[in-house]
Design a protein around this ligand. Structure first.
Ligand SMILES: Nc1ncnc2c1ncn2[C@@H]1O[C@H](COP(=O)(O)OP(=O)(O)OP(=O)(O)O)[C@@H](O)[C@H]1O
Length: 234
C-alpha cells in the first residue's frame, strides 16, 4: 500500500535577525493510510513545527513532505492556503473558537471553505453536541468547547486531522473522552489523525508512534494492537 504521508529529510529553520533556530533536523518517516499517529516529545522538541509543516501553516526549509500525493515543498503561498483550507482539519490546545459565533456557526464557517463538507449539524452530533448548537463558546465547558473544535475540524471532511496537545487544557476524564473521539474518527472513517503530545502515557492508543527529541526522530514504532482509549489508564 502506498504511504499516505512521506517525510524525507525535512528540515525547518526559523531565522529572526541574527538568530536562527533549526526546529526540525533531517526528519524522515512514513505514515500509512488510516493510521492514528502520535508524535511524542518534550517541550521544545519540534513537534508543533512538524505539525505546522504537515498542515501547510509553515513552509519547510529543505527536504520533502508529501501528504496524499501533494508535495508541500512545491506549493506557493496561495496553493498552500488552499491545501490548508480544503484538506486539513486542525484541533488546538485552547480550542480557538470564534467567541461571538454560536457553536453551530463556528462549525458552519469551517464547512463553508471546504469542498466536500459534512453538514455542520451532523458534525456536532458526531461529537455529542447536538443540544448545544445555539450556545456561544463561553457558555460551554472546556471539554464541550474542544468537542465543538473537533466538530469544526471534521465538518471539513479533511484528508488529515491534526491535533496539537488537544487535551492539554482538560482534566483527565474529559481528556480521555476527547481522545476517544479521535480514535473513533480514524476507525469510523478510515482517515488519518496525527496527535502531537508530550504525554507518553497515551501512546498505547496509537497505531504509530513517532518520538521527536531535539528536532530529530528518536524512535519510530508501531503498535500491533492499539488499546481502546477507555481501557487506557494514566
Ligand atoms: N515561529 C518561530 N520562530 C522562531 N523560533 C521558533 C518558532 N516556532 C518554534 N520555534 C523554536 O523551535 C523550537 C521547537 O519549537 P516547537 O514549538 O516546534 O516545539 P514543541 O515540541 O512543539 O514544544 P511545545 O510542546 O513546548 O509546544 C523551539 O526552540 C522554538 O523556540
Amino acid at each position: 500500500m502506498p504511504n499516505f504521508i512521506s517525510v524525507q529529510n525535512e528540515t525547518k529553520t526559523y531565522n529572526s535577525g541574527n538568530n536562527s533556530v533549526t526546529a526540525n533536523k533531517d526528519i524522515s518517516f512514513n505514515i500509512a493510510p488510516g493510521e492514528l499517529t502520535i508524535i511524542l516529545g518534550a517541550s521544545g522538541a519540534g513537534k508543533s513545527t512538524l505539525l505546522n509543516v504537515l498542515g501547510g501553516m509553515d513552509k519547510l526549509t529543505s527536504g520533502s513532505v508529501n501528504v496524499n500525493g501533494v508535495e508541500l515543498g512545491n506549493l506557493d503561498t496561495r496553493e498552500l492556503t488552499t491545501y490548508r483550507r480544503k484538506k486539513i482539519g486542525f484541533v488546538f490546545q485552547f480550542y480557538n473558537l470564534v467567541q461571538n459565533l454560536t457553536t453551530l456557526e463556528n462549525v458552519e464557517l469551517a464547512a463553508e471553505i471546504a469542498d466536500q463538507a459534512m453538514p455542520a449539524k451532523d458534525a456536532l452530533a458526531a461529537v455529542g453536541l447536538e443540544n448545544r448548537t445555539q450556545n456561544f463558546p463561553a457558555q460551554l465547558s472546556g471539554g464541550e468547547q474542544q468537542r465543538a473544535a473537533i466538530a469544526r475540524a471534521i465538518a471539513k471532511n479533511p484528508d488529515l486531522l491534526l491535533a496539537d496537545e488537544p487535551t492539554g487544557a482538560l482534566d483527565y476524564h474529559t481528556g480521555k473522552k476527547i481522545l476517544q473521539l479521535f480514535q473513533d474518527f480514524t476507525r469510523k472513517y478510515g482517515k488519518n489523525v496525527i496527535i502531537v503530545t508530550h504525554n507518553s502515557m497515551i501512546r498505547p492508543m496509537a497505531d504509530h508512534v513517532i518520538e521527536i527529541a531535539d528536532g530529530k526522530v528518536k524512535a519510530d514504532t508501531h503498535n500491533e494492537n492499539p488499546i481502546p482509549v477507555d481501557k487506557l489508564e494514566w
